[in-house]
Design a protein around this ligand. Sequence first.
Ligand code: GDP
Length: 590
Amino acid sequence: MAAAAAPSKPLALKVPLTVKELAEKIYVSPGELIKHLLGMRVLATINQLLTEEPVEKLLKIYGYQYERMQTLEEKIEAGHEEEDSSKLKPRPPVVTFMGHVDHGKTSLLDAIRQTRVVEGEAGGITQHIGAYRVMLPKGTIAFLDTPGHEAFTAMRARGANVTDIVVLVVAADDGIMPQTEEALDHAKAAEATIVVALNKMDKPSANPERVKKQLMEHGLMSEEWGGKTIVVPVSAKTGAGIDQLLEAILLEAEVLELKADSTRTARGVVLEGKLTKGGGPVAHVMVQNGTLRVGDAVVSGTVWGKVRAMLDARGHRLEEAGPSTPVELLGLGGVPKAGDTFLTAPDERQAREIATARQEKFRESKEPVRRAVTLEEFHQQMEAGKLKSLNLILKADVQGSAEALRGSLEKLPTDRASLKFLHVAVGAVNESDILLAEASSAVVIGFNVQMTPEAEVLAKEERVDVRLYRIIYEAVNDITAALEGLLEPKLIEQSLGRAKVLQVFRVTKVGAVAGCQVIKGKILRNAHARVWRGQEKLHQGKVDTLKRFKDDVKEVTEGIQCGLSVSGFNDYQPDDVIEAFEVQQIAQKL
Ligand code: GDP
């Protein structure tokens, strides 16, 4: 009877593994597996590493169903995700101040820090850790004291959502200004709760009613006018209203029902990583869930270590730090990246194993994890259920043209996908637009405007799709096509290198392998490749095998000899040239 007809037993395996290891797992002889592999046109030795595909096929022959074994990282992450609702307790809110420059963000944070009881004791903060906690009779609040929406959205672009409540600072004498609008849209895009602080109320020119009207025009209806937004008049200068502001924050926190389980192991976010004067790495972290303790093994990105010491905002040592506690952490082996998460692992060995596995992964995939989306990719991502709406950021030369473009776009049929305008404003496409686009998977449309040089660099780095138009209907056409999935991706080729064939080896059952010397650039395994004979292009495929002596390698550079084969091609001759290249999708720029 055919083995495949029997019900298949699931078998979890860590791949790649060698023929010998697989044979031991399923109690057959390695020779038998090698024979099956030959049947699949794979020439293997007993120590050959097998990838998922042949393993899956082999297992099927013996009535097993292949299951990928969870990596240690996945296992530990899954553990951190499990939740015991009976152990959840309210946690302090994490608050960020945003607003237009000079409206008083820093002064308000200072006023709160100086006049309130900080971590159970009055007095200044000696250490700067980018965050501190304020304890009040009614509860505790954690403040991120890197105010501003750029820092906030930069963190979000890295996947970290630290802030629960945004305090939008508006000077009562000045009203809503361009950066207030920007901050507001960034906070909304993050779906953060917004509390408005009407600052500088001590000034005779303060006009709170005018600002409330402006806020309403921007979709924030104050509570006294029947809306949901708490608007608190304050003065950083006199201290008036600060108590009410803190109370409003605690009230909103209650509504949000922020909870965490302090009995579990910790996870959180890196706020900042740097080297001390002495050269040791320190990380400023925010514990988000669980309790971090001295002696815990932690891993963040590709950095790992053991918590040697923890300091609070005043430089006092802490033995443990619970949810919503910012601490300075000593003991990591390197400098972690701001916005990366950190996790506690059961022990240092496992922390190291996760960090090393991540390093490997980063090395293998040159592609960084990308959150941004291009117009071309939108439809596909929507079909895959990853995106619900096409998020747009519109920048134009004047208000009139911004509104005209928005108006035309809003008229597009939205039965298949909807458009969401995250930020519509006047001015050049700036860095904060790019950050917002990245953090919220949005596309930036510029109409009759340029990009600032910094924005251009950032957009290129993060591969954010920015399209600059001079004619409205062209923009409308492109967006229409994107919504319908009719926009063809533009591809560009990037040459990697060339290798010249010196000698051809024939390997039974495998085919031909070209012994080459790299004459320019480098050859990468899995890169696209063309085979040239003189001026004639013979074939196009992918770099299948890439070997230095007997070892498989990922990369061979100029001047070095290697053995290589291109998928689907067997007919190499000395002096053929193999050209390796990459294909990248690029954003159309007009
Ligand atoms: P930021 O750019 O938003 O951080 O604003 P700052 O906190 O640096 O404040 C800008 C200026 O406004 C400073 O000169 C402050 O002294 C002043 N300022 C801040 N808050 C108040 C206030 O409540 N009343 C008055 N009269 N001035 C204030």
